[in-house]
Design a protein around this ligand. Structure first.
Ligand SMILES: Cc1cc2nc3c(=O)[nH]c(=O)nc-3n(C[C@H](O)[C@H](O)[C@H](O)COP(=O)(O)OP(=O)(O)OC[C@H]3O[C@@H](n4cnc5c(N)ncnc54)[C@H](O)[C@@H]3O)c2cc1C
Length: 486
């Protein structure tokens, strides 16, 4: 009996192992062809980081090889998916197209259009949840509503049984006349371009090598050693204390079930309360990832602006020169500047520093958090709508978390987490000869600043924070008044 061809459409699951949709496709038929669509709607956006593109293209190169090893092919198209996926599926005579679902508003809209077009052509569609440990809806409040606060979400989420990693998929069957179908397809199949050919230039090393093999090796290395010390080391930006798996989790070069499985093995191997705490704390970060994605799925309006009322018309100062100084690491606050230079140099920033620079941008420079959110997306290798938006709204206090005003003092943070100013000096080498005490407190004598060519602080933080609190109070009062009048 001849088997039907199934197309598997890869999006943010650039791997062949532990892939829910691909495994299901392979179970349904031995004739599988993979497709990746370089979507102009995404590539033309103005918030695409070159390093993210470099990581994605490198991962697709490896995925092409993985398909070849399976006896099949990964086809690349450069089209609007609404036209490209149904057009290619019809040209290849596919009976079905399978893919894994995503939570982002654009993806959901796109998927509905593609599904509709495929069904009109008589081609079946099958979708799966793959990128989360518990898909949206699986963890909900007693009333069946989505959680909007992390702690109760975590309590419920952590009690739920997690799926095991999926077995490797067997080899595929050759698809007869595939080359002929590709040659005559109205949707051109193109060679995989380089990131540079797509207009994105990133020539520095990436914090994680692209592809499934490197992601798995990194997961293994971290779960063999680093995870046990995670609770102690994760807040020190100068140490290599976190997994650095974020690009892999963004693009799905590693399966989340495999990640969880490795963490549970580490839990079983833990020999002390301290190492168990390390594993547990890391698992809590994986839950944050699930939380922010679930929140984005149920409240897609978050992608367009603040969740909390008081922030909708907040009178931000939005001084463009201050913003530029923040972007370039020239604010005169050493820890902030070091972090921004780390971001600009490596396309990655330590989590603690992400919180600090976000707090300084919003509460000290009084600049709209959406400016920072976009700048992060333009730079980060792991830039992800849900995590980035969640992180920014958390830092700006505009999100769901009820705690109203969260302010990080870079000097207190440096004293706690960069005691010897090693991180500061790594990214601001011009400050290397300066007494670490000055760098931590930020109170660098004028002559030292002049000698190093390091700027004075661009704002008086104390004054601006008082102003910020006043603006916030007024904004809240106005809302209450409007509600009463209304
Ligand atoms: C303002 C701000 C913006 C952020 N933007 C992003 C972003 O665009 N993409 C992104 O992946 N993370 C983002 N984060 C979360 C976090 O900073 C990164 O996930 C983390 O630094 C990545 O390093 P790691 O892989 O070594 O993390 P680890 O500490 O090893 O954590 C393991 C994984 O858990 C997930 N994770 C950890 N913390 C969070 C979190 N707070 N929210 C959601 N997921 C988390 C990530 O997938 C991470 O790779 C942001 C945080 C803030 C405060």
């Amino acid at each position: 009996m001849a088997h039907s061809l199934i197309i598997f459409w890869h999006r943010r699951d650039l791997r062949v192992t532990d892939n829910a949709g691909l495994t299901a496709a392979r179970e349904a038929s031995p004739k599988i062809v993979g497709v990746f669509c370089l979507d102009p709607n995404i590539l033309q956006r103005d918030d695409i980081a070159p390093a993210r593109m470099a990581y994605m293209i490198g991962s697709l190169q490896e995925l092409e090889q993985s398909y070849a090893e399976l006896g099949s092919r990964l086809l690349i198209i450069r089209e609007d998916p609404a036209k490209g996926i149904p057009g290619l599926a019809a040209a290849l005579g596919a009976k079905a197209v399978y893919w894994n679902l995503d939570v982002e508003p654009y993806s959901n809209k796109r998927d509905r259009t593609v599904s509709q077009a495929l069904k009109e052509k008589g081609i079946k569609v099958k979708n799966f949840w793959d990128q989360l440990l518990h898909p949206p809806g699986a963890v909900s409040t007693g009333n069946g509503r989505p959680y909007t606060v992390y702690t109760p979400f975590w309590k419920n989420w952590s009690r739920k049984v997690k799926s095991e990693p999926l077995p490797s998929i067997p080899k595929c069957e050759m698809v007869m006349n595939l080359d002929w179908a590709i040659d005559t397809s109205p949707i051109p199949v193109v060679p995989l371009p380089s990131a540079k050919e797509l207009g994105f230039v990133w020539e520095k090393p990436l914090i994680l090598e692209p592809g499934e093999k490197a992601a798995f090796a990194q997961l293994d290395a971290f779960c063999n050693v680093g995870v046990f010390e995670y609770n102690d080391l994760r807040n020190f930006p100068g140490l290599n204390g976190t997994s650095r798996l974020s690009p892999a989790l963004k693009f799905g070069t590693v399966g989340i079930r495999n990640v969880w499985n490795r963490s549970t093995i580490a839990w079983e191997e833990s020999r002390s309360d301290e190492s168990r705490l390390g594993v547990r704390t890391w698992q809590q970060e994986l839950a944050w990832r699930d939380f922010y994605q679930s929140v984005m799925y149920y409240f897609p309006e978050l992608a367009d602006g603040p969740y909390r009322e008081a922030w909708k018309n907040f009178p931000w100062d939005n001084n463009p020169e201050h913003f530029q100084a923040w972007c370039e690491g020239r604010t005169g606050f050493p820890l902030v500047d070091a972090a921004m230079r780390q971001l600009n140099e490596t396309a990655w920033m330590h989590n603690r520093c992400r919180m600090i620079v976000a707090s300084v941008l919003t509460k000290d420079l009084i600049i709209d958090w959406r400016w920072g959110e976009k700048y992060f997306m333009q730079k980060l290798i792991d830039g992800d709508l849900s995590a980035n938006n969640g992180g920014w709204q958390w830092s700006a206090s505009s999100g769901m978390d009820p705690k109203p005003i969260r302010m990080f003092n870079p000097a207190t943070q440096a004293r706690k987490f960069d005691r010897d100013a090693e991180y500061i000096c790594e990214w601001l080498p011009e400050l290397s000869g300066v007494n670490p005490e000055y760098l931590i407190t930020g109170k660098i004598p004028v002559e030292e600043r002049d000698r190093c060519g390091y700027p004075d602080p661009i704002v008086d933080r104390g004054k601006n924070q008082r102003l910020f609190k006043e603006l916030y109070k007024r904004q809240k009062e106005e809302i209450v008044e409007q509600k009463e009048i209304g």
